[in-house]
Design a protein around this ligand. Structure first.
Ligand code: AOF
Ligand code: ZN
Length: 346
């Protein structure tokens, strides 16, 4: 199962489909096939592994990090492939939360006389693709908040400048983060002020680029911006023209798009994992709407010493109202530090 989990990450860009890995052993327990999913329209992991195994799968065991599917989607059901291959035992990591499957896979395999063992390394299996599970359980995407700040908690200088809080290595790490999400989200203010590209610029990177998403209130969008080359999605509270890409309209919360509605609309487009890159107003609105599930904070080895501008500005209410989060990882990147956290219960 641990090998299957490793295989699942061979191609992390599967959304809206899940990352899934699979290993097939023959009747003597020897590995005879390995597979992983590569996104909509391609073979499911078990099918790829069974193809590698051929006749050797008969009487053996198939391991899959996700419950084999029972429905005809882009491809035929995996349970039928497992039954046809004469597999004796199927070992499953996590139950598939997709309504079309959700336990049906286990039932169908058992009905066919196959021994099923489920919940093996379940936590690891779910951790392969937290966004997929979060989406099917809540209808919302995983939203990772990212920002950089100085050691004394400032995201911008007194004159408003905010570039180069961290060094080169940390900035490269952001590109690695972007390569693992479906979309990078900013507010229209950041589009105007920073003119970002929001793409992955890493040597040798050949994977897909994340979609660029701009959350826009009532103010006009810039006519010229690098982002127009990337066909962004504009999430807007009203109909508007954009030089490229597409506009999706969602109901407002005050002046801005309602964060929950914006998230729902983006997830419905298959964007199950969003990286929220700012600025502070959108970060605060999305945090208060409780759509943010986790975060990555780069801490520059610098002290500002000014009045500065905090990433989201202060505590909402009193200090006792601050939300507790769980630090998942704290590590150095070059001369800076990066902290990844999960909001409790997500
Ligand atoms: C598996 N193994 O490797 C994957 C599964 O429309 P389709 O055919 O691409 O199906 C997408 C759904 O199939 C997805 O939501 C999930 O329920 C299941 N994905 N199942 O047994 C796999 N990728
Ligand atoms: Zn399948």
């Amino acid at each position: 199962m641990l090998r299957a989990a490793e295989l699942a990450l061979n191609w992390p860009h599967t959304h809206p489909n899940p990352r899934v890995g699979s290993v097939v052993t023959d009747a003597s327990g020897e590995v005879v096939g390995e597979g992983w999913h590569r996104g909509p329209g391609t073979d499911h992991a078990e099918v790829m592994a069974l193809q590698g195994a051929g006749e050797a799968a008969r009487g053996g065991t198939t391991y899959a990090t996700l419950e084999p599917c029972t429905h005809h989607g882009h491809t035929p059901p995996c349970v039928e492939a497992l039954i046809a291959a004469g597999v004796a035992t199927v070992v499953i990591g996590a139950i598939d939360p997709d309504d079309r499957v959700n336990g049906q896979g286990v039932i169908r395999l058992k009905e066919a006389g196959i021994e099923v063992i489920s919940g093996v390394e379940e936590e690891k299996a779910r951790a392969l693709d937290p966004a997929y599970f979060h989406y099917h359980e809540t209808g919302l995407p995983r939203v990772t908040l990212k920002y950089a700040m100085t050691l004394d908690g400032s995201a911008a200088a007194d004159d408003g400048t905010s570039k180069w809080i961290t060094g080169e290595t940390a900035r490269r790490d952001v590109h690695r983060l972007r390569s693992l999400v479906d979309a990078v989200v900013i507010a229209a203010g950041t589009l105007r002020e920073d003119d970002p590209s929001l793409d992955v610029r890493l040597d040798g990177y050949t994977g897909p680029q994340p979609r660029a998403v701009v959350v826009a209130g009532k103010t006009p969008l810039p006519v010229r911006a690098r982002l127009w080359r990337r066909d962004p999605i504009i999430v807007s509270t009203e109909p508007r023209e954009a030089p490229s890409g597409e506009v999706i309209e969602v109901k407002p919360q005050g002046e801005h798009p309602d964060p929950v509605e914006a998230c729902r609309a983006l997830a419905a487009k298959g964007l199950l994992h969003l990286l929220l890159e700012g600025g502070p107003t959108v970060a605060r609105a999305w945090w208060r709407s409780e759509v943010i599930t986790d975060g990555v904070v780069y801490v520059g080895a610098k002290i500002g010493g000014g009045t500065g501008r905090a990433p989201m500005t202060g505590v909402f209410g009193t200090i006792a109202d601050a939300t507790d989060v769980e630090f998942e990882d704290v590590r150095s990147v070059g001369s800076d530090a990066v902290i990844t956290f999960n909001k409790k219960g997500t």
